[in-house]
Design a protein around this ligand. Structure first.
Ligand code: BJW
Ligand code: ZN
Length: 239
């Protein structure tokens, strides 16, 4: 029996499932990942674009990067990997999707019970009055965009050194500690606190199935490491 077959049986027996996704699941929709070949951090430095200090130094530069990414994402559609997770959710009573992605492709595919750890690229937040709103215009008519109160807006996204949205990590941890199976899909699992969910779920009794073109979780944490693109492996795993 191959790994996929065994992992499929493990998944079929599971009563409670959590999927943790990262940029790799959207790669087949044409959205670049952060790390690895073709990753955005090969071209730009995170400290120039994805920290509060970078935004304070040069908000226009940071907004140009987000406006470019919003354009890419607006043209993208969910792929077979996103759709397979919707099918999995529809067939199960206890399913939680925890995503590090900000692209909204899980929403577009139809996922419902979703925890967004790093925010949402279509949401804006005022730097002064903290108001939040959705703005899907591509490109944005003015950079940096402004709040109704006149102050500058920022993307409602979690940058390095910032805390995660209120309650998001708690919700993810609650689901992870109840999970029989944790699917870890298309993430390098190096960014904390999200990456900490994997050992946390394992300590709580979950078995881990990793799906990645370059599986990299420590052997001790993983029951099955399935090497390949999520858009191919996930439909086979569930089919
Ligand atoms: C495929 C594929 C295909 C490709 N199919 N697979 C503990 C230890 C060390 C450091 C820290 C720690 N705790 C906190 C830190 C600091 C920091 C951190 O983790 N740094 C490490 C990098 C060293 N964490 C933070 O700062 C976090 N905040 C925090 O901890 O706050 C504490 C605090 C408390 C109280 C008050 C104040 C503060 C915040 C982290 C925010 C991350 N933000 C980013 C960018 C902004 C969002 C955006 O603009 O989009 O989020 S970083 C970037 O990495 C993005 C992602 O969500 C995140 C994770 O990346 P992901 O998704 O794993 O993507 P990749 O590219 O890394 O991997 C893709 C994978 O897919 C690869 O493995 C490929 O092989 C694979 N693949 N094609 C399947 N077709
Ligand atoms: Zn405001």
């Amino acid at each position: 029996m191959d790994g996929i077959q065994k992992a499929r049986e493990l998944l079929a027996r599971a009563r409670s499932i959590v999927a943790l996704t990262g940029a790799g699941i959207s790669a087949e929709s044409g959205i670049p990942t952060f790390r690895g070949p073709g990753g955005m951090w090969r071209q730009w430095r995170p400290e120039d674009l994805a920290t509060p200090a970078a935004f304070a130094r040069d908000p226009r530069l940071v907004w140009e990067w987000y406006d470019w990414r919003r354009g890419l994402i607006a043209r993208a559609t969910p792929n077979a990997g996103h759709r397979a997770l919707v099918d999995l959710e529809n067939g199960r009573e206890k399913f939680t999707l925890v995503t590090q992605n900000v692209d909204g492709l899980h929403d577009l595919a139809g996922s419902r019970n979703t925890v967004k750890l790093h925010g949402d690229i279509w949401r804006m937040r005022c730097t002064e009055c903290r108001a939040e709103w959705t703005d899907r215009r591509v490109p944005l008519p003015e950079l940096p965009p402004r709040c109704r109160c006149g102050a500058m807006a920022r993307p409602a996204i979690v940058w390095f050194g910032e805390s995660l949205p209120d309650g998001a990590m708690e919700q993810a941890e609650q689901a992870a500690c109840r999970a029989d199976v944790l699917l870890v899909i298309g993430t390098s699992a190096v960014v904390y606190p999200a990456a900490g969910l994997v050992p946390y779920a394992v300590e709580s009794g979950a078995q881990v199935i990793e799906i990645n073109t370059e599986p990299s979780l420590p052997g001790g944490e993983v029951a099955y490491a399935l090497k390949g693109p999520a858009g191919e492996i996930l439909p086979r795993l569930l089919g």
